[in-house]
Ligand binder design. Structure first.
Ligand code: HEC
Ligand code: HEC
Length: 187
């Protein structure tokens, strides 16, 4: 092997773990809210462990672009490069979804939610068990208070990074949203 090639390999070996360490360091910051073991410190904060990588990336990108805004996350995303966001999305998607210990919705609530889910064909995109894939988020067993708040924000357009979801949610009342959040959280 020519020495210069050897030097490049040696340099790569040095750079790659350094970058991985960098991501692990950034992820430590995320853990202060999204949870060290994947359970967020607060019910209003979403689970990101085990979430689909494509979706995680798109949300970070949208926070950075300003297409989705949140006082904390908009700030967080400004310091991240595209590579950071892709690496963080990969990193968190590979973690197991945590057990939040949320209780299943009662029968009447579940039935109301299922009627809505069938009429709106949620599973066309969110798939079986609401696990999503790629750019479509997993919403089953997501934190209840976060789900309710984000469904409302999507409906009002305050969270306006997906027009389709906004148009869809306009058809539903506060009680419908409450039923959906309780049902999804308990899946
Ligand atoms: C100080 C607390 C805090 C920190 C630190 C933090 N987040 Fe967040 N994160 C939040 C909150 C609160 C939300 C919900 C925002 C909303 O309601 O729109 C959120 C939302 C998100 C979402 C959207 C999830 C979804 O289901 O739509 C992603 C992705 C995310 N955070 C990733 C990260 C990453 C990656 C880091 C580290 C670089 C990080 N967060 C650091 C509090 C935090
Ligand atoms: C045409 C496809 C499609 C349909 C139908 C659909 N969704 Fe979505 N949904 C999405 C996509 C894509 C996103 C992510 C939007 C974004 O990038 O912010 C999303 C986001 C969400 C979120 C926010 C998740 C989070 O972590 O912040 C919830 C909750 C949700 N959908 C619930 C539902 C429910 C309940 C239904 C049925 C009433 C439904 N969706 C129907 C595609 C769809």
């Amino acid at each position: 092997m020519p020495t210069w090639l050897f030097a490049i390999f040696a340099l790569m070996a040095f750079i790659v773990p350094a970058h991985a360490e960098d991501i692990a360091e950034k992820a430590t910051l995320c853990a202060s809210c999204h949870g060290e073991n994947g359970v967020p410190i607060d019910q209003t904060i979403p689970v990101i462990w085990g979430q689909n990588a494509g979706y995680l990336y798109v949300e970070l990108r949208d926070f950075k672009r300003g297409a989705r805004t949140d006082p904390i996350m908009s700030q967080m995303a400004t310091g991240l490069s595209r590579e950071d966001m892709m690496a963080l999305a990969e990193y968190f998607s590979k973690k197991p979804w945590p057990n939040l210990g949320q209780k299943p919705a009662d029968a009447a609530t579940a039935e109301r939610a299922q009627v809505i889910a069938n009429s709106a064909q949620c599973s066309q995109c969110h798939l079986a068990g609401f696990l999503g894939a790629s750019l479509v988020p997993r919403v089953s067993d997501q934190n209840h208070d976060y789900l309710l708040a984000t469904l409302r924000a999507i409906r009002s357009g305050e969270r306006g990074n997906n027009n389709w979801m906004t148009e869809l949610m306009k058809a539903y009342s506060d009680q419908d949203m409450a039923a959906l959040a309780a049902y999804l959280a308990g899946l």
